[in-house]
Ligand binder design. Sequence first.
Ligand code: ZN
Length: 183
Amino acid sequence: MQLGRGGMAHCPFHGTDQHPSMKLYPNGFKCFTCNEHGDVTDLVAKLRGLPPVDAARELNNRYCLGLTIGQAATPQERAQQRLEAEKRRKRRELTQAFKEWEVHAWRVLSEYYRSLTRWKEQYAPQTLEELNSPSVFYLEANKKEYIAYLLDILDGDSQMQKVRLFQTHRDEVRNFEQRLQKL
Ligand SMILES: [Zn+2]
């Protein structure tokens, strides 16, 4: 359905609607020519020729509303629906958090990688004492290959590997970031 000016649309319920005569509201619709009207569920039901309860189910599934619809659901079914809605919510949250993290992590790891080369020289032990307890920056310089490996994953094509990296290496990347900030 095409939405014109002022939330007006061509009404699909009476004959040819030359001028848009159906008004769409945030939670319903009304045609000023044939007087069809109702809420969002009624609209979907009438458009698709479904019973209202099926239209509500379809909206519920399509938009992951997690609602319990109709009397048919048993307590087990309702528990299952809640569980699935919760799973979908968690997956959406994880995806969102990952997207925000991905770009940031790339920047942190790239900078960290560049710093390692510098640290290797800058913090190389000069005295016996330093040799016995080398600077953490000098020790980190050995991690170059490891950081390159993490960058490779972020640069790669496998979304699954990236999300897993996010789940398992979030804290480590945060530590790298803090170390860079302390410099
Ligand atoms: Zn109409």
